[in-house]
Structures are given as structure tokens and as C-alpha cells.
Design a protein around this ligand. Sequence first.
Ligand SMILES: *Cc1c(COP(=O)(O)O)cnc(C)c1O
Ligand SMILES: [Zn+2]
Length: 439
Amino acid sequence: MAVQTVAADSTTPDAAEKTGGSPFDLGAAVALSCRECGTRTPLGPSFVCLECFGPLEVAYELPTGDPEGLRKRIEAGPASMWRYAPLLPVPADVADKPNLNPGFTQLVKADRLAAELGVTGGLYVKDDSGNPTHSFKDRPVAIALEAARAFGLTTLSCSSTGNLAGAVGAAASRAGLRSCVFIPDGLEQSKVVMAAVYGGELVAINGTYDDVNRFCSELIGDPLGEGWGFTNVNLRPFYAEGSKSLAYEICEQLGWRLPDQIVIPVASGCQLVKIDKGLRELIRLGLVEDRPFRIFAAQAEGCSPVSRAFKEGTDAVRPVKKPDTIAKSLAIGDPADGPYVIDICRRTGGAVEDVDDAQIVDAIQLLARTEGVFAETAGGVTLGVTRKLIEAGALDPTLTTVVLNTGDGLKTLDAVAPTARPTALIRPSLDAFRAAGLA
Ligand SMILES: *Cc1c(COP(=O)(O)O)cnc(C)c1O
Ligand SMILES: [Zn+2]
């Protein structure tokens, strides 16, 4: 396998060196470090800095010094996110283990959409509905799974707005682990079914996502949760890294070039923060030319704490108590990475914006009609915000722009079901068809 040659390459530190004395082989990952104070702790299922309570992140010894060699190695790798294994916290033989092999989804050149929106600099849709469980969540979960295996955790769990539950259930089943996932009551039927069908435990909780998340934090501190890996709690530093693969893929698919502008949906903000990190890593590794890029964040009006704070000029994100939007996968009222999203959008010259339910539905239909891509409501949020930002002059239509579609429209059928209906109902005869006036 191509990925196995990675470990043998001379630019990669040998096993003992690269694990920094750690008993875990997680590739180039050497430690966890605090995003706030930089304090390092050994690799393990921990997520909070014991010095300052800041969030922990994976620290690497990345294979610097031979960008051309690294680029060739990546290009020769598998057609999944594992082609970037040298830049992720996973063992070198990750592609040979039972997992869902997500990633390397299509970057759709959206010329017809660009014409409708007046974008002349090149418009692309990164279509992550093509992942195994039809949302981008398969990427972070695949990394969390490797961490769970490395740390000997036997139950995979999460608090979820819907897509994560399905991704965890599927990944656990493929890997032969137990899963027990938690969702708020009242999610879309297709997401509940997808979370249940893989055969793990699915627990619906009376309350919002934020209630579910608080419950999971309690469970983790209790003997009941021993041996459990919560993808977005105690495995969060690892889970989060999975979204870097989106940044890598977009640049590789653009011909190893940074996009000028990228529009990303925000629930917890985790994905946006890691896409920014991934783009900066590519610059540091010399895989792309160092040019400015702007990051824009998209939220639904009915749950827009980050957008509100951005517009108020603060980074104090006030939680939304009762989210009310058809974009349920984005309905996190108290986003952990909210302040970081605001920092990144300000630093790169981007913005945070939101759209209402009607604009979300319009955008889903626009994308389907122009490009044949059927997005879930989160994708409608992202394209709706893109359109709004272009109209407001905040997004430059003359620059290369990438819009993320993070989930499949089949997951949120109710959003478009009232308008996406048969054009006519007729008897099976030519006369009847003629009378319908469609020929
Ligand atoms: C979870 C999710 C998001 C947002 O992810 P965060 O990292 O929590 O901001 C976006 N789109 C879809 C479809 C999701 O399921
Ligand atoms: Zn700290």
C-alpha cells in the first residue's frame, strides 16, 4: 500500500522519536498542547488543560524539509482522507484497518451557480455529502476511532445534532466496537434512523443539544462512563483534527493552491477552526504558496450566537437558549469554538453571517437546480450566507471561492418536501401528457 511507504520515508522521524516516548503510535502526533497557554501533556483521552482549562489540541512533528517528496507521497496515496495520514494523528497503516475510509469527496466546479451569483473568479462546491454516512462527520469520527483504538477504549459515544450519531454508529460497527450515542429529542426522522440502523445504542434525551452535551460531560466523569470514548468530549482533540483533511483536499483539488475565500457552516465551530489550521499547515510545509485567504462563517438565524457576537464587534458569544431553525445539524446554542471562529474570521478579513429558514430552502433549491447537488439544510445555510455576503459586497466575486456542502439533502427532506413535488399527475396516455402542457 502506498501509505506504508510513508513510514519508511527518511523525512518521517522513526517510531521512537515520533511518539516522543509516548506508548501510542499516532503517527506524527507527539503530545497534546493547550491552545491558550501552550502547556503540553502526553497523548491520551484528555481535552482540558490542567493549568488554565483551555482546550487541548494535537501537537505534531510534521515532515518538513521535502515538500516535493511529501506532495508526491500524498498524490500516490489512497483516494480517501488517509492520503494525508502523514499530517494526521493516525498510525501509518491506518488505511489497512477496518474503518469507513471517508474523504476525497468531489470539488465541484460550479460554473452555472457562479453565473447566477455573479461570481467570476471561480466558484467551487466541496461536496461532503459523498462521505460514507453522507456528511463531513465521517472525517473527524475516523480520527476519533483511531484514538479510541490506541487508548483501548471499547465504547464509542457522542452527543450529536444528528449527523455525528450516524457517523459514530457506522464507524463503531465497521471497527467492531460498541457504540452508545446521545441525541436531543425531535431530530429529523432520517437522522434518527441513520443513528439507529447500525445497531448500537441510541438514546434520545428530552432537551436541546446543549443539554445532551452537558449530560455527556457528567457521564464522562462518572464510573458509568469508564472505557468510553466520546468523540466530541474526551476524544475531541483527535476528532477535531479530522476536519483538517477538508483543507488539504480543497487545496490539492485546486492544483495545490489556496482558495481566496472559503465559506464554512458553524455549529460548535470545530470544523472551521481546523480548516484554518489545515490551510496554515500547508503553507508552513511548503505545499502551497503563502497567499492571504479569507474565511467566512455561516449560521442559521434561529441559532446564530456567533454571527450575533461578530456583528456586535465582540468575541463574547452569548448562548442561545432555545435554538429554532430547520438547520438542526447547526443548532448548537453554546458553541465551544465560537470565540475562535470570530478571531479567525476577523484575522483573515472574513465575516460571520446568518440566513433565515426561507433563505435556507431557497439556497438548497438553487444549488440543486444549477449544479445537481442536493444539500441538507446546513448546506443551504452556507450557500444562502454566500449569496448574502456577495450581495453585501463582503465576498469578492472576482476571487476563487469555495463553499462547503457538509451534508446530504436526503437527511433533511422535510425542508423541501412541500415544494419538491411532481410537476403533474396524469393518466398513462399521450393525450393526457399533451394536455398537461409539458412537451
Ligand atoms: C456538525 C455539522 C456541522 C458543523 O460542525 P461544527 O464543527 O460543530 O461547527 C456542519 N454541517 C453539518 C452537516 C454537520 O453535521
Ligand atoms: Zn492551558
